[in-house]
Design a protein around this ligand. Structure first.
Ligand SMILES: [Zn+2]
Length: 194
């Protein structure tokens, strides 16, 4: 996905996360904390590509990372998210205070990048160093940026304009359906020979 696509997708993710109360901290977050924090980290995973927007500006970091782990490797995995959260919570200078809504916004921005890349044919190695690639390729590769631009703009428009009550109703109905399906199928799963 292009940098423009990632920024739009991160914006849509931040709006959706706050409007639909993803976490108690995000639901009460200051927009001026949440949006910049989310945008700030939404391009960070592509530091592993020297030709990416961030990679071109920070080649001294980007080149070694791309040589060691390659593009869409370690930086696009859950382990990178966990290490990032650990560093944010434990390794910052004690005199540097970062509000919790900024920290959660940064994590959200990073996750939004990984999620957006999952929508492309190349997918992401979520469980790196395991080589499985997770994908739901509803978008073409970034060689054809037009469909992803329309998709991200539509997603952003949807998250901003859809009435909150309506979406919350869909989420409630969807989770009830999933629960019912789980209740019906889980006894069969336990009986499946292992
Ligand atoms: Zn990426």
């Amino acid at each position: 996905m292009t940098a423009e696509g990632h920024l739009l997708f991160a914006l849509a993710t931040a709006v959706a996360a706050k409007r639909y109360d993803l976490t108690p901290i995000i639901s009460t977050a200051d927009w001026w904390h949440l949006i910049p924090a989310c945008l700030l980290t939404s391009l960070l995973p592509d530091i592993d590509h020297p030709k990416s927007l961030l990679g071109q500006r920070l080649r001294w970091i980007s080149l070694p990372i791309s040589r060691i782990v390659g593009h869409r490797g370690f930086t696009h995995s859950l382990i990178a998210v966990l290490i990032g959260v650990f560093l944010l919570l434990n390794k910052l200078p004690t005199n540097l205070f970062i509000p919790s809504d900024v920290i959660q916004g940064m994590v959200l921005g990073y996750l939004s990048h990984i999620l957006a890349d999952m929508l492309t044919p190349a997918g992401v190695p979520l469980l790196w160093p395991c080589r499985w690639r997770f994908r739901l390729p509803i978008l073409p590769s970034s060689k054809h940026p037009q469909p992803e631009r329309y998709f991200c703009i539509a997603l952003l428009t949807f998250t901003v304009l859809t009435p909150e009550s309506l979406t919350k109703q869909w989420i409630t109905v969807g989770s009830q359906q999933m629960n019912q399906t789980w209740q019906q199928w889980s006894p069969l799963l336990w009986r499946f020979p292992r």
